[in-house]
Design a protein around this ligand. Structure first.
Ligand SMILES: NC(=O)c1ccc[n+]([C@@H]2O[C@H](COP(=O)([O-])OP(=O)(O)OC[C@H]3O[C@@H](n4cnc5c(N)ncnc54)[C@H](OP(=O)(O)O)[C@@H]3O)[C@@H](O)[C@H]2O)c1
Length: 264
């Protein structure tokens, strides 16, 4: 696909994160954004980025790639409308719960893909999961990689795996932020200002994540800070007595149970 034009249906936070990151003008053609009704937002985005604005129904035939960046609840109606309008465009959704099988049901024989980013897409640091539909060719994969790269790192999984693993990549950031909040409160209880408490906690998490990203094993890193019978070991014992690992596992299961219930 040579310099495909990309049309966004939905121009909210996730769409902005993607087109803000698409800074490879040699591989992408025109980017056009559209939404449901918020014209002011479209104008603001047009002033900030190199994008065109339009009513998607009117420009669809000028685009090779369509990214559905609207809420999951808006998908059935938009997909039904798209079915009469798409030719052989590559249709990608970023919506929670809308896998390639859902897209293919509405758009049979069309190339489709599902990207599940997380909120760090905002700063180009998403851990995105993706799955491709049955009609995706290497030319589609190339443009998909460009889009994924615009928001961070990615891993291809099956549709079913994404349903299960979004808890780890999409919801678990909330667990980490919750831990950060709790540690900040504890740090402040020793007389620190909010700013200093935050700095301590943020750099601690950033440094720990960087060590992990460097390829070191979590267990090895934990052991390095834990002298048997020492102070850190006493802290870890409290976590284990509270079934810390099991709690995290239960939290992931709860996310998945709720997501499955909401999908019905
Ligand atoms: N934000 C995240 O971190 C994140 C992470 C993973 C996945 N996602 C997925 O990304 C999608 C968008 O999320 P978001 O955070 O960007 O939401 P958002 O900021 O609320 O933006 C939603 C956009 O969709 C548009 N829209 C709604 N209904 C529409 C329709 N019927 N036709 C055309 N456009 C329509 C809205 O237009 P108006 O403003 O004009 O109504 C708005 O531009 C969702 O499906 C969400 O599941 C988001």
């Amino acid at each position: 696909m040579n310099k495909p034009n990309i049309l966004f249906i939905g121009a909210g936070r996730m769409a902005e994160a993607i087109f803000a990151g698409l800074k490879q003008p040699n591989t992408i053609g025109t980017i056009t954004i559209s939404n449901q009704s918020d014209q002011e937002r479209l104008e603001q985005l047009k002033d900030t980025y190199e994008v065109e604005t339009a009513s998607w129904q009117e420009v669809i035939s000028d685009h090779e790639v369509i990214i559905l960046a609207m809420p999951p609840s808006a998908h059935p109606a938009v997909l039904a409308e798209l079915a009469n309008k798409v030719d052989n465009q590559f249709i990608i959704t970023v919506a929670a719960g809308i896998g390639p099988s859902v897209l293919e049901e509405a758009l049979p024989n069309r190339p489709t893909a599902w990207i599940m980013p997380n909120t760090a897409a905002d700063i180009g640091e998403s851990m995105s999961l993706f799955a491709c539909g049955k009609h995706v060719l290497s030319e589609h994969r190339e443009v998909l990689q460009t889009i994924l790269y615009a928001i961070g790192e990615s891993t291809e999984l099956t549709e079913e795996q994404i349903h299960h693993l979004t808890a780890v990549t999409g919801s678990a950031p909330a667990f980490v932020y919750h831990m950060a909040e709790s540690l900040e409160i504890t740090a402040k209880s020793y007389g620190l200002s909010t700013d200093v408490a935050r700095k301590l906690v943020v750099q601690m998490i950033y440094g720990s994540a960087s060590m992990l990203k460097d390829g070191r094993e979590a267990g090895d890193l934990r052991d390095q800070v834990t002298t048997p019978g020492g102070a850190t070991a006493a802290g870890l014992e409290v976590l284990e007595n509270g079934n810390f690992s099991d709690l995290l596992h239960q939290a992931v299961l709860a996310v998945n149970a709720k997501a499955a219930e909401q999908a019905k």
